[in-house]
Design a protein around this ligand. Sequence first.
Ligand code: NAP
Ligand code: ZN
Ligand code: ZN
Length: 360
Amino acid sequence: MVAKLPEEEHPKQAFGWAARDQSGLLSPFKFSRRATAEKDVAFKVLYCGICHSDLHMAKNEWGVTQYPLVPGHEIVGIVTEVGSKVDKFKVGDKVGVGCMVGSCHSCDSCHDNLENYCPKMILTYGARNHDGTITYGGYSDLMVAEEHFIVRIPDNISLDAGAPLLCAGITVYSPLRYFGLDKPGMHVGIVGLGGLGHVAVKFAKAMGVKVTVISTSPNKKQEAVENLGADSFLVSRDQDQMQSAMGTLDGIIDTVSAVHPLLPLFTLLKSHGKLVLVGAPEKPLELPVFPLIAGRKMVGGSCIGGMKETQEMIDFAAKHNITADVEVIPMDYVNTAMERMLKGDVRYRFVIDVAKTLNP
Ligand code: NAP
Ligand code: ZN
Ligand code: ZN
């Protein structure tokens, strides 16, 4: 048998920006993608959000990065080609891809529509496809993915501000639902008002929940209350403010990207309250046990959401007019954007205008 050249197996020439080393700096990169298989959808990328995970991965902060890395998992665009066995999508449809592009389709998690917890789940970038090739994300001109992992973007969702729903949106929507923090009258805390945090406030409010933002940035207070609809705002480094809110929260969604103390958050919870971690700092957090025992409190985690729930989330967002607050940037601004995100200097998500600004 004659071995196939990579370009025969991956005949679609693609172009994007990639990180090459732990500096995390991105630069132009040519690569190839697979031909559209019978169950695949190919689409032209229009916009891609910048998630803090892209930065963690570009800098290899989680120790799993393989370079070159083309990040991006908040990807939206327009379908250009569908395989012969694709029935849900056609050329011209508005679609998106989030954090995963594959799973085994046969384990318990897959059967329960929880592909995100499949042991063989394939991440959108920096992972291995079923055929052994590396996946590349949405900081690039075109995407090819299995139909099952394609999300339909409702007509009233704008594509730039809607892109961040595909990771940030589902990552906070899923735990609000799963941990039962979606009941009107409940009081939920959102820690970290960044990309994930600001859409968490919007989703929780749309579910009828009372929301308190817990933030290190006093200058975000006015926006949180007036623009995002939060009911109250606590500066986490202000002990008096934190003290005054002791024992008031039914649950907390913690979106913080860096190491931070959990004890003050446990103190905010009522007895039986739940702290759900979705932020993924590079180093382990310290877990004080006594406050958990004393109040029968719980700590949990959550990873994005399954495809069925992702579509449900985006349809819910469309119904309630929820999108991200975005700063749309050109591709060659990506390194500056990453730096600014790290400093918390973004309101609240950078989105790359890929179609207009990615020049091969
Ligand atoms: P982001 O936009 O940078 O927001 C993170 C926020 O955390 C900041 O805006 C800041 O909010 C707060 N923060 C930063 N450093 C802090 C510190 N030292 N102490 C306390 N608070 C701090 O990031 P993102 O895109 O929302 O992502 C957040 C985290 O979630 C990242 O670790 C990312 O990798 C992870 N993530 C996880 C999943 C999942 O499935 N579990 C999915 C997506 C992302 P304030 O200014 O309000 O304090
Ligand atoms: Zn993400
Ligand atoms: Zn599976």
